[in-house]
Each structure stands twice: as C-alpha cells, then as structure tokens.
Unconditional design. Sequence first.
Length: 305
Amino acid sequence: MDNNNLSSEDYAFWVRLAAIFSSSVALLLVVIKLYAWLVTDSSAMLASTTDSILDLFASVMNIVILRFALAPADKEHSFGHGKAESLAGLVQAAFVLGSAIILIFSGMSRLINPQFIVKSEVAIWVTVAAIVLTLLLVVFQRFVIKKTGSIIISGDALHYQSDLFLNLGVLAAIFLSQGIWLQADGAFTIAVAIYLLIGAGKIIFQSVGQLMDRELVDEDLMKIKDIVMKNNQARGIHELRTRQSGAQRFIQFHLELDDDLSLYEAHAIGDQIEARLLEAFEPCEIFIHHDPSSVVKNELEQQVS
C-alpha cells in the first residue's frame, strides 16, 4: 500500500474515479456479452454475461456506498464513516461468492451435457474485446489500490481479475468445443469459480479485520516506533494501539519523557512527533499521552497485576 502521503481529498478522488470507471466498463461488457449470447446461444457466454451483470450491480453499489464512506466526521460519527467501506467489502465478497456458485452450476451442466457453439466468430470477437477492456480496467484499479489501499476497490478489482481468467477460459473453450474437447468450457468455468472463492475469502478476512479494529501491519508499527524514537528527547514508547477505518488510521501511545520537563516543553515534543507521524501516515488521527519516565515502571507493573 502506497497511500502514506495521500490526503483525504486525493483518496476520495481516486476511489471515486475507479468506481465510476469500473461501472462504465461493466455496463459496456454486459451489453456486448448479452448480444453475443443472443446470437450464439452459448452457455459459456451466458455464464460470462451473468458474471458481468453481477459486476455491474456491485460496481454501481460501490458508488453509492462511497458517498457514505468518504463523508467527513459529523456529530453522530466522530470517527468518520470509513467502516462503511469495510461493510461494502463484505457485500462485494458476497457477490463474488454468488458468482462462483452460479459458475459452478453452469460448469457442471456443461461438463455433463457438452455442446457445440454456433456462430463462434461472434463470441470470439466479443470475448477478445472484453479481455482488452477488462485488462485496461484492472491495470487502472491496481494503480488506484497501490495509491489508496482501498478495500472497496480491492474487492471490485477481484471481480475483474477473475473476469480476465473467465474470458480467457471462454475463448479457449470456444476453440476447444469445436470438436477438440467438448467439456472444455465447463472445466474452465469451474476453475474460475474456485479462484473466485479463494479471492472472496481474502476480501472477507481483510474487511472483518478492519471492522474488528485490527492493528496496522508490523511494518507500520515499526515505522511508528522509529519515528517516535528519532526524537532526541523521547525516552521510550509503550501502549501503542492502532486501527484503520477506510483510509483513516488511528494511532495512540504513551510517550516517555524526562521528569524535569515543563508541560510546555512536553507538549512541544509531542507536537514535533505528531507532525512527523502525520507526514508519514496521512490521513490519520494521533493521540499521545505524555508520561514522566519515573512512573512508567510502576504503571506497567500495575497493568500486569
């Protein structure tokens, strides 16, 4: 994730743009695949069309949910609305699971009752066009994910990454089903369904982690400690607690300082450290509790007991 220096406004811009782009591509894919299915009567194209319809529904839903997730904090939600993005990730995973189940049934049907594909040239050209469009979308989504680390875009990207395999499978199945291996479209469809199931599990794990206030990754925790201890007057750090809600990260810790510092001096040191952390983890909120070094040992012992 490369969103350490990304502002809230930039985060909102990129995830909205990605959501709008994916919805536009999904709509176009539904139209051309539906045409191909009507012309060819191919069960493989029907499965691909169904998957694209689910993608379109999920992408449009993302645009709606992002209106809530990117809204600033208010009186009722003082920590912001970022967890709406994690909820959307779970819904995305549900759509992925639904697509996988549909594809499994479709694949099993084609394995049991294989058939030739009529007017295969139409299906081939539509599938090639779908691959090119999907590839362009996936490249852009990965760019946005790298900049933002967005769960909702990650979930959306999973659909279209799987669509690349699905479309390649359909393309191969169209060729192989012309008398080489009639069961090819069924086998490819089931393989894609398995890929979808694995990907959905990853999105569920990531979304639940944020909803349950999971700590930031170890790399980020080490970075926080390094930034704090680079201040010459910092004597230590303990009770570091972190979590993430959408793009917003929350960091809190106890800062150990010399006993003889004035309140003004301690406050100034905290401000310096906070500025460094904001520079590294924007957007985030930071809460620092200042502790005289002499009380730290007793404080920690009381917590253990």
